[in-house]
Each structure stands twice: as C-alpha cells, then as structure tokens.
Design a protein. Structure first.
Length: 526
C-alpha cells in the first residue's frame, strides 16, 4: 500500500474516532477553538457556555476556576459558565478551558497510558510556550499556549483510535518514534495528521500555520517577525517538552541538550538559551497549580519527576557576560534575562530571600483592595511594602502609568535612592530606552542585576542610577504587567553586590500582585 493511501485511511479512522467517546473532550476542544479564534464579536456568551457545558467535568472546573483569586480578584461569586466567561474574559477562557480539557484527558481512567502522556506533554508544551511569550512583548501568551498545546493533537488521536499500532511502534522505538517510523505505519506524521484534522475544523491560519512542519530551507530563512517568532516558539516549546519527558534522555544531560536546542532557534528568538530555567520553572509552577487546584490524580508521575529533575539540572545563577556597550546610534542592547554580569570577588554566595509568608502578604494586599475608597497611592504603598519586606530590600521604587504607555514616571518608593530622586528630579523610564529598564519593559520579564557596579554593567544603567551607586550594588527589576500589557516596573535593591535567588513562591505571588496593580491601579483615584 502506498503512503498516500495509508495516510488517507489513517485520517478517515481518526475522523470517525473523533465522533465517538473514545477521545473524550477533544471534539469540544476543536469546537471551542473554532468559536474563540474567529470574530469574538460574533460569538455569544450563550454559544460559548454551551460548548464548555458539553463536558460536565470541565464545566464544573471552569466555574471553580472563575471563583479563584487569580481569575477573579474582586471576589465576585460565580455560579454558572456564562458568569465565568464574563469574569475571565474571552481570551483567558480559551486557555483555561483548553488546559482543563487536556488535564481531564490526562485524568480519565479510560484513557490509555500513552494517551495520558501525550495529553500531559501537550499541557506542558502549552505552559512552556506561554512562559516564553510572556517575555516577548510582541507575542500573545494565550495564543502561544493554544498553538503549542495543539502540536501533539495527532499523537493524542492516534493513541485513542489506533492504540495497538502505536503501542507496537513505541515499543520498537523504546520511546517516541521518529517521523520516518510513523510514516511507515500510518502513512503520515502525527503533526501532519493533527494539521489535517484541525484544518477540516476551519481553524484560522494564524493557528494552523504553527502546526506545519518547518523544512530546513524555511527554518534557516525565518525572521524575527511576530509570525515567525510565534511559529518558532511553538515548535521549540514542543521540542523542549518532548526532550524533558523522553525516557531515553538522562536528566543530567538536560542542561546541555536544552541549551543546544535553544541556540538552534536563536536566529528567530534571540537569547533563548538564557530563558531555559525561567520557563521550566514557570511551567513547573503552572502545572503544580493545575494539579493542586483541580485535584488531578492521574498525571503521569514520571512527568512531574522528570520535569523537576530537568529544571534543577539548569543552573539559574550561571554567569552571563553582557554584550559590548553599544556605539552611538546602534541597536538597543539586549540584556540577558535572569543574571547579568560575571562573578565578582566582592559578591556573596547565592542568597535566598528572607523567610516570608508571601501568601499572607498577598491576602493583606487583596484585603486592602476590597476596602471602600481605596486610593492609588495607598495601593502603591502597600505593594512596595510587601515587596520590600518579603525581599529584605533596602531600596524600592515604582515607575508606573497607564498600561501600554510610552513612559512611566516614578510614582512611589522608599529608601535613600527614592528620597534623593524626589529632590529636584523628574525621573521616568521608557520601554524603548537602551538600559536594563528598557529591556525589562520591552521583554516583559524579570531582570536581576547581581553586580551593578561592574564596568560591564555600567553602559546599561540609566544616568540617574550611576550617582546613586552606593545604594544599589544589586537590584531586581519586576515588570508591572498583567501578562498582555506592561504598565511600569518595580525596582528592589540592596547596597551590596549579591547573588540573588528568587524562590518559586516569591515569583508566583509577586507576579499576581503586579498583575493586580497593572489592572486596578489606573482605575483608582489618586
């Protein structure tokens, strides 16, 4: 039988299987995507609710999520899917429902081991892509999650409708087969199968375009346009998830292999290799949250175990030498994410933050937000007090304005630098400036400066920082962002140089607090 005939038979069997219960919630995934990737103005809340309600378990979990603080900071009681859509919003409901449908696919007892593993890998790829897109202002995080999580659609379908053939193929390969082996048995690759199934569902080209294989000649010619970056990011997230879960790969070699993988994509996604630990940590935190919140008991244990081992194999504090100082008129520098500068003889050993109850700090902040007459200045003061106390920082500055603005003035602070800047200075930062602040705002990600007084760092500091060097030996920049837009930046600093390590709990809670500040702050009276 020739390959085209074999491929046609595989596609027909897959389409028939998708009309049965063997693939559980995947038909609803397709319906949901079709509804939410078209013109949202033409899709009613009732239609969306009907799609989500077609899966009773997912429906219940969407309502549960809509009552959680991360999605519902004002604490409005949600009892229906329609209310949940209003509270969460069209864009976020798409990612949430997709996550829950994949998570439910993982949990269902009738799903095969392979089916659960592929669904879990899809969920992980989506989390990785969302974290990567969060550091690149030109990319949409929700869309990145959807595109990356769909790249395993073909494997999930094959594991449900042709389990025996796939099982033999996986057994012979000792893990995930290569494309040639898939073509010999099924006539096409899983990526091609997924594309054909989703193309028939009339999904938009902006999503389908990321689900095609990238030929070598096309790959090497890709540019740093939003479309090419989304395509590259989607493929990279899928490969990174596969590498993480590959039983044939030693986790001890993950740092080297993931670094090599990232560098292959850096002509499209600059400095990607420096983001591996951050995105692995973010994906791990997100998956842990999904497991705890929605009580998923069937997530393959090896997934979480390998994810933890691979994440820990990457050194988050490895020294990175910044690029040479830009000449006048040259392109803006791209400072490394996570760490900047080489080790200094005066630096201390890596320091974790003080033992602080971050969840308690978050509860205090949200409690204050719910008080009648809450002012913007009171919100800013409470935010900085929590950050300063939790991080043990001596200096705290908040540059803030309307989300998406072109410049952000200094609006609040504490410490010597803030008091000094208040005397005769009008200080502000801008997304396009050629400093570490511009990088933080432009890339929408945390920047840690361990050794702010080193010569290699000086070209990347604003002019107003340099006279205040005695008070800023090390500092962290945190974007005030809701994920989609940036409304400012927080600086937390120390007088001495130090190797700073942020705990996952600190990163998670501070991200929530900054998102709330970004959304709520501009609406409050001064």
């Amino acid at each position: 039988m020739d390959a085209s005939t074999l491929a046609a038979q595989t596609v027909d069997r897959a389409r028939s299987a998708m009309q049965t219960t063997r693939i559980a919630s995947l038909p609803e995934v397709v319906k949901l995507l079709r509804a939410l990737t078209g013109n949202s103005q033409q899709v009613s809340v009732l239609e969306l609710a009907e799609i989500i309600q077609s899966d009773a378990v997912v429906m219940a979990k969407v309502v549960t999520a809509a009552n959680m603080f991360a999605y519902n900071p004002k604490g409005m009681e949600v009892t229906s899917v329609s209310q949940a859509i209003h509270v969460i919003g069209y864009e976020r409901i798409r990612t949430l429902a997709m996550s829950l449908m994949l998570a439910e696919q993982v949990s269902r007892v009738q799903s095969s081991d392979a089916q659960r593993e592929y669904a879990a890998q899809s969920l992980m790829a989506g989390c990785l892509a969302q974290a990567l897109a969060g550091g690149r202002a030109i990319l949409d995080q929700q869309k990145a999650f959807i595109c990356a999580s769909l790249r395993n659609f073909g494997q999930i379908v094959l594991s449900a409708c042709m389990p025996d053939e796939l099982g033999e193929l996986r057994k012979a390969a000792g893990g995930e087969p290569d494309d040639e082996a898939y073509c010999q048995v099924f006539g096409l690759t899983p990526l091609e199968l997924g594309y054909q199934l989703l193309d028939a569902a009339s999904l938009p080209e902006e999503i389908l375009g990321t689900l095609r294989a990238i030929p070598t000649e096309v790959f090497v010619a890709m540019q740093r346009t939003p479309d090419d970056q989304l395509r590259g990011l989607t493929a990279f997230a899928g490969e990174l998830a596969a590498l993480t879960l590959d039983p044939r790969s030693d986790p001890a070699e993950f740092a080297q292999k993931s670094d090599a993988l990232a560098r292959r994509y850096e002509h499209v996604l600059p400095l990607l290799h420096e983001e591996i630990h951050r995105v692995m940590d973010a994906a791990s935190t997100q998956l842990d949250g999904i497991v705890r919140t929605f009580r998923i008991k069937s997530l393959p244990p090896r997934l979480m175990m390998r994810l933890s081992k691979c994440r820990n194999a990457v050194d988050p504090n490895r020294p990175v030498t910044p690029p040479a100082a830009p000449a006048s008129g040259s392109a803006a520098p791209v400072a490394p994410a996570g760490t900047t500068g080489s080790r200094s003889p005066v630096a201390k050993a890596p320091e974790t933050l003080p033992d602080y109850d971050w969840n308690g700090g978050l509860e205090q902040l949200t409690g204050l937000m719910r008080q009648p007459g809450m002012s913007r200045s009171a919100l800013y003061a409470a935010l900085l007090q929590t950050v300063r106390t939790g991080m043990g920082a001596k200096e705290c500055l908040l540059f803030c304005g309307a989300p998406g603005g072109t410049e952000f003035p200094l609006v609040h602070g504490s410490g010597e630098v803030y008091h000094d800047l208040q005397v005769g200075h009008v200080t502000r930062v801008m997304p396009g400036e050629r400093t570490v602040f511009g990088v933080c705002l432009g890339r929408n990600e945390n920047i840690i400066i361990h050794h702010a007084r080193e010569e290699k760092i000086q070209p990347y500091l604003p002019t107003w920082v340099k006279p205040r060097a005695p008070f800023l030996g090390a500092f962290i920049l945190l974007p005030v962002s809701d994920g989609a837009q940036v409304g400012g930046v927080v600086l937390a600093g120390w007088p001495e140089a130090r190797q700073i390590v942020l705990t996952p709990e600190c990163v998670r809670v501070v991200r929530i607090m900054l998102a709330l500040t970004c959304r709520i702050g501009p609406r409050l009276a001064g």
